[in-house]
Design a protein around this ligand. Structure first.
Ligand code: BTN
Length: 234
C-alpha cells in the first residue's frame, strides 16, 4: 500500500503548482501537498476552482510504471465516492470522466497533470463550502447535512485513494471500470458532451477499455476522450 508523505500548508496559489515544483525537484511517489485554502485553484479545461477555507484541496505526486495514466482519473473518482459514502452511504454517483455528484450536484473535482515522468493528481472535495456562480449545479457534504469536517474528510480521502490505487495495481483497469460503471449514469442515459471542438448529444453506451466515453450518437457509436458531460432528462 502506498505510504503518503503529506506536506501541509495554510495557503497556496494551487496545490498542483507546489506538487509540480516538488516533483521537478525529485519528490517521491506518494508525496501529497494539501492546503487549507488556494488563491489560484485550477479546474479542468482551464477553469477557475474556487478554494476558500472549508474544503479539501490536495495534490498527489505519483510515479507510475503503468502506461495508462488516463485510468487514474477513474481510480480517484472512486476514492472520492468511497469518501462520500462514509458520510452519505450510497448517495454518490459518477459522471464521465471524473465527476462525483450527489443529488445531481458536483461535490468534487479531479484534475490530472503531468510533469516529467510523474503524474500529479489534484482533488478538491467540497466539505463545508459550496462554490458560487458555477456553470453546473454544485453541493457540499455540509449542504447535504453530513456532519463532516475538513481534516477527517482529507484523511478518509487519502485512505480511500491508497486502497483504490492498490486495487488498480493488483487487479487492473477492468476492476476499476466495473466499479465505476456500477455507480455511473446507467446505459442508455441521454448525455450532452461539450468538447473543445464540438458539442455532441447521444446515449451512453459504456466505457471503452482505455476509459473513453462511448456515446451512441447520430452516425453511430463515438469514442470521446475529452469533454464536459451533462445528463439530459427524458
Ligand atoms: C474540475 O474542474 O473538476 C477539477 C478541479 C480540481 C481542483 C483541485 S483542488 C486541488 C488541486 N489544486 C488545484 O488547483 N486544482 C486541483
Amino acid at each position: 500500500m502506498i505510504a503518503f508523505d503529506i506536506r501541509f500548508y495554510d495557503s497556496l496559489g494551487s496545490t498542483q503548482d507546489e506538487a509540480r515544483r516538488l516533483a521537478q525537484a525529485g519528490a517521491r511517489h506518494g508525496t501529497v501537498v494539501t492546503a487549507l485554502e488556494q488563491t489560484a485553484g485550477r479546474g479542468r479545461l482551464g477553469r477557475y476552482w474556487a478554494s476558500p477555507a472549508g474544503n479539501v484541496y490536495l495534490s498527489v505526486v505519483l510515479r507510475l510504471e503503468l502506461p495508462r495514466v488516463v485510468e487514474l482519473g477513474f481510480v480517484a473518482a472512486l476514492a472520492v465516492a468511497d469518501t462520500v459514502d462514509a458520510y452519505l452511504p450510497g448517495r454518490a454517483t459518477l459522471k464521465w470522466p471524473n465527476d462525483v455528484l450527489v443529488d445531481g450536484g458536483k461535490i468534487s473535482g479531479i484534475l490530472i497533470e503531468h510533469v516529467d515522468a510523474a503524474a500529479i493528481i489534484g482533488i478538491g472535495l467540497n466539505v463545508l463550502h459550496v462554490p458560487e456562480r458555477t456553470p453546473y449545479p454544485v453541493t457540499s457534504l455540509g449542504a447535504l447535512h453530513a456532519a463532516a469536517e475538513v481534516d477527517a474528510a482529507r484523511e478518509l480521502l487519502l485512505d480511500a485513494l491508497a486502497r483504490r490505487l492498490d486495487a488498480w495495481r493488483s487487479e487492473g483497469f477492468a476492476r476499476v471500470r466495473a466499479d465505476w460503471l456500477r455507480r455511473a449514469h446507467p446505459s442508455g442515459t441521454r448525455l450532452h458532451v461539450t468538447s473543445p471542438d464540438r458539442d455532441i448529444e447521444g446515449h451512453f453506451v459504456g466505457l471503452a477499455d482505455d476509459g473513453a466515453l462511448l456515446l451512441d450518437a447520430a452516425g453511430g457509436v463515438r469514442r470521446l476522450l475529452v469533454g464536459d458531460v451533462s445528463v439530459r432528462v427524458g
